[in-house]
Design a protein around this ligand. Structure first.
Ligand code: SF4
Length: 967
């Protein structure tokens, strides 16, 4: 008799609906599919069709369920009832909350809009928030870039009209030699993981070498073929030593330099003169090169020019000039950049530097190749080419080199190295992502000049821009800053992303002026986003002794979660989670394009909020309408976007035909880039998995700075205004203009106190100097570097409220090399004091091999204030997790006259997080076991969910009747 098999359902239904949207568990913006069952999230996976992640999902992305169910979700608007910082609130209605906010903001706008400081954190709607600030009329706007990686952005945009980060990527498919500098986790997290996987899996004959330059060997570095454990803050010196070696060996792409960079531009040598160091120009203002055949100056972009790269020449008017390349060779062939000279400082042996330079040269020139172009490509001079020549050396860099006080020049040095090898936008090299490349620097200037900030009046443009010279700074007649964060002032002239880390300090001090309202979104400034955390909390709650009023009179804060910052707000506007709202990942903001295609995306609500919360973007538009901001209301005063953010995403136009989304424009959705509004646009996005992705013409995929096929396409898309070569800038004339101002030339000159600083740091060619903090204190007193990294499983503080991710990182350790631990008499799990010139923090240690001997490090943002994020007051995050932020100062030591600069890069104002210097001392036995400093536990705001003691999310899905509701 045949045996009867038991009836087993091998494929039970697990979902009844799949809703595509975009992940927001980190900044990577992968496409996800949310699988729903009976109105609840069953699980989340990667969208296989999505161009960012191709179906890949990381641990954070799939754990989004637990962020959606986090007990730290705020539930209703809150009004402070106790002293600021006490965490005492009462719930109020939205009508009351918006009425209070409108009252404060209306008064400011009617008197002096600068008294509003509006700063957003890891906000992915900056196209909206910056526009709103412009409509309000305040120059005091920025997102978090100033304390993240603005050095990277500015270094790139002032050199190659693009950058790493979201602006470009290695040519993963063709590269043969890949160098990664200072990257732990990144905004391109899944794409990098996918690409590294493919790189490592290549067949023998196409093998690529992956070299990681990073003080710490974790994450991506762990799978590198070679790890160079450099000393923090010395990457620029290492890179300039590579430049020295390549110049010495003559391994430079001279043809590329002559055609696509300003290497042949003639630089005026007139020491002390107003034109010294500027480019020699013809009567139309066009830069000149020296034609080596005719031995005369000619206009740089003349197609038949045969530009000289070397020599000293005399123009007809007697002016002495030298090509940029000559200056480069002179500077970097100097013995100070020789490998032997830099080895001690960088911690990289001279032989290694020489070998890396030789390997790069080998890959660039011996493994050079050509890619056929089916339809040929046309350059900006009209020349036709059947091939793209490849230089397969690629690089990628991020915050590790950026977050130093010398980071801007280090980023510039990296781009210099790339240009000398001819690897920018060539096969196998670095590739732009649309809408880049752009003019270097881009033409938009900041807004908020004297006379532009007026009562009840929008600014003429968005607050942030790209100063082309000293006359474009936001300073008054005495040279004093016009912005609260001092961005675009003499103290931080190229602060392209603002300097958010200085806002609270400056507002508290009333320097350069007092403000009325601090309005922040998603920025945990009372904890892990602040330097000098304890001081920042004090400043937020400090009162004027004479009046008894808070020194920052009003604080409005919007967040979805009960972060540490909530306790310091007067008014809390609760946001939704990313699964409960529409969002726009716009090309006007931070693109998700890849090198072969332009792309943008949306988020759509997957689940309805179960709380009285509203999407921040809707709230902002509502506030704008209540305030009567011109962009937010119609002529009759009624709201222009009554449908909130989705309405804005479809109907707002930045200029005719250019809106928030580039896909499916036009009445029938047939247009891309530019075109009339399409009322069905969001439907088309949703039908397509919530993204739009449009490939570039094959002939427009490389050499885009001089590729007519690409440039015409980019003009059609609205990315640039005209078809012209975008010359790469080895030598930065805008920087030289600042230097000339410091030397006493021009109408816009720095105050005397700033001249030396501007003169030193606005070098038109990359320089290296020791990080400021390292230079300010004796090495013997603080012998170690201390840095942080973002772990793959956590995105800043967000992960800590996530029950699944907390199981990976609920506490952190201070990691140090085994050799250093032996020297200090320490072993695993010992508790130590980490002392900096600014304070001390207590932590347990772990030892490891993969770290530079002079460096200690930890994971970022694991430590929490007791009670915050709805964690138990005894949660390991609060008792054993710690922050290095406590021992980092937002200010440098005083100058001779007592003035204290921001602890930042002097060019861009980027926060110098990784300049920190410390010493380590073992704790007394009795001190071990709990971190310090500790702060009073924060009480939970009214109405918050109670955390479950035991979490069994999804248990009910296993039951036979899965209609049972979740607890
Ligand atoms: S990499 Fe970031 S955006 Fe992508 S799935 Fe992971 S958390 Fe989400």
């Amino acid at each position: 008799m045949a045996r009867r098999e038991p009836a087993v359902d091998t494929s039970p239904p697990v979902r009844d609906e799949i809703v595509p949207t975009t992940c927001y568990m980190c900044a990577c913006r992968c496409g996800i599919r949310v699988h729903m069952r009976n109105g609840q999230i069953r699980y989340i996976d990667g969208n296989p069709e999505h161009p960012v992640n191709r179906g890949v999902i990381c641990g954070k992305g799939s754990a989004g369920i637990m962020t959606q169910h986090a007990p730290s979700r705020l539930r209703a608007p809150l009004l402070r009832t106790g002293p600021r910082g006490s965490g005492e609130f009462k719930e109020i209605s939205w009508e009351e909350a918006l009425g209070i906010a409108t009252g404060w903001l209306r008064d400011i706008r009617a008197s002096n809009p600068s008294r509003l400081a509006f700063f957003t954190g890891r906000d992915q709607s900056q196209a909206l928030t910056s526009w709103w600030a412009q409509q309000f009329g305040t120059p005091n706007y920025a997102a978090h870039g100033g304390f993240c990686s603005v050095n990277m952005a500015a270094g790139g945009l002032y050199s190659i009209g693009g950058s790493f980060w979201e602006f470009g990527e290695p040519d993963w498919e063709h590269t043969r030699y890949f160098l990664m500098f200072g990257v732990a986790e990144d905004h391109a997290s899944n794409p990098i993981k996918i690409a590294l996987g493919k790189l490592k899996g290549r067949p023998k004959d196409r093998r690529a070498k992956f070299v990681s330059i990073n003080p710490v060997r974790t994450g991506y570095s762990a799978i590198a073929d070679e790890w160079i454990g450099i000393r923090p803050g010395t990457d620029g010196l290492f890179v300039l030593a590579l430049v020295h070696e390549l110049l010495r060996a003559g391994k430079i792409d001279l043809d590329y330099l002559a055609h696509y960079t300003n290497a042949p531009y003639l630089v005026v040598g007139n020491p002390g003169g107003a034109d010294n160091g500027l480019f020699a120009r013809d009567s139309y203002g066009r830069p000149l090169v020296w034609d080596r055949v005719y031995q005369e100056p000619v206009e740089a972009t003349r197609p038949d020019a045969k530009p000289a790269l070397t020599g000293t020449h005399t123009l007809p008017d007697g002016c002495i000039v030298r090509p940029v390349f000559e200056l480069i060779a002179e500077r970097y062939l100097d013995p100070q950049y020789a490998p032997n000279a830099v080895a001690g400082r960088t911690g990289v042996p001279a032989s290694t530097i020489r070998r890396i330079a030789a390997e790069m040269a080998h890959a660039a020139f011996e493994q050079s190749f050509e890619l056929d172009v089916r339809d040929w490509w046309t350059d900006t001079n009209g020349g036709r080419h059947g091939k793209f020549r490849g230089r397969p050396v690629s690089m990628y860099a991020m915050r590790g080199i950026s977050a130093h006080s010398n980071g801007f020049h280090t980023c510039r040095a990296l781009h210099l190295l790339q240009m000398l090898l001819g690897t920018i936008d060539t096969p196998g090299g670095y590739r732009y992502r649309p809408p880049f490349p752009r003019l270097s620097p881009p033409p938009a200037q900041p807004s908020g000049f004297e006379g532009e900030v007026k009562p009840n009046t929008p600014l003429p443009g968005v607050p942030l821009g790209f100063p082309s010279g000293p006359d474009k700074l936001l300073v008054d007649k005495e040279g004093k800053p016009l912005r609260i964060d001092k961005a675009f002032s003499w103290e931080a002239p190229l602060a392209l992303h603002g300097a958010m880390q200085m806002v609270i300090h400056n507002a508290w001090k009333g320097d350069p002026y007092p403000i009325d309202t601090l309005f922040m979104y998603m920025a945990n400034m009372a904890w892990n986003s602040a330097m000098n955390t304890e001081g920042t909390m004090r400043m937020l709650a400090d009162k004027d002794a004479a009046t008894g009023d808070y020194r920052i009179p009003h604080i409005v804060y919007s967040d979805a979660y009960f972060s540490e910052m909530v306790a310091y707000a007067d008014l809390v506007l609760p946001d939704t989670t990313y699964l409960e709202r529409h969002d726009c990942i716009s090309l006007l903001d931070r693109p998700i394009s890849d090198a072969d295609a332009a792309a943008d995306a949306i988020r759509q609500p997957v689940i309805a909020p179960d709380r009285d919360v509203r999407p921040f973007q809707d709230v902002l538009l509502d506030l704008g309408a209540r305030l009567g901001l011109p962009g937010c209301v119609l002529e009759d005063g009624s709201p222009r976007y009554p449908g909130g953010y989705p309405d804005y995403m479809i109907n707002h136009e930045r200029k005719p035909g250019t809106g928030m989304l580039a896909g499916w424009r036009g009445h029938d959705g047939a247009l891309i880039g530019r075109g009339p509004k399409n009322p069905k646009q969001l439907k088309r996005y949703k039908r397509n998995g919530c993204f739009w992705h449009s490939e570039l013409p094959e002939s427009g995929r490389y050499y885009r700075f001089a590729n007519r096929d690409y440039l015409e396409w980019a003009v059609g898309m609205g990315f640039i205004d005209r078809v012209e070569q975008l010359t790469l800038q080895l030598y930065s004339e805008p920087l030289q203009k600042f230097r000339l101002a410091a030397e006493g030339h021009g109408n816009a000159q720095p105050p005397d106190s700033e001249r030396a600083r501007i003169r030193t740091y606005f070098d038109p060619l990359p320089i290296w100097y020791p990080p400021f903090e390292e230079a300010a204190f004796k090495h013997a007193d603080y012998p170690l570097h201390a840095i942080t990294q973002r772990p793959m499983a956590m995105y800043h503080s967000w992960g800590t409220q996530n029950a699944w991710l907390r199981q990976i990182h609920a506490r952190n350790f201070l990691y140090m090399s085994r050799r250093m631990a032996v020297r200090l008499g320490l072993k695993d799990d010992d508790w130590v004091w980490i002392e900096s010139p600014h304070g001390r923090v207590k932590a347990p240690i772990r030892t490891m091999d993969g770290v530079n001997d002079d460096t200690v490090w930890t994971w970022n943002a694991i430590g929490k204030r007791a009670g915050a994020w709805s964690l138990d007051t005894n949660a390991p995050e609060a008792t054993k997790g710690f922050l290095l932020n406590h021992v980092i100062s937002e200010l440098l030591p005083p100058r001779e006259d007592g003035h204290r600069y921001a602890n930042a890069d002097p060019v861009t104002g980027q926060a110098a997080w990784y300049d920190l210097r410390v010493r380590i001392e073992k704790c007394a036995e009795a001190e071990a076991g709990e971190t310090a400093p500790q702060f009073a536990p924060l009480p939970k705001p009214p109405g918050l969910f109670e955390p479950l003691k035991k979490l069994r999310y999804g248990a009910w899905f296993r039951k036979s009747d899965d209609r049972e509701a979740a607890p």
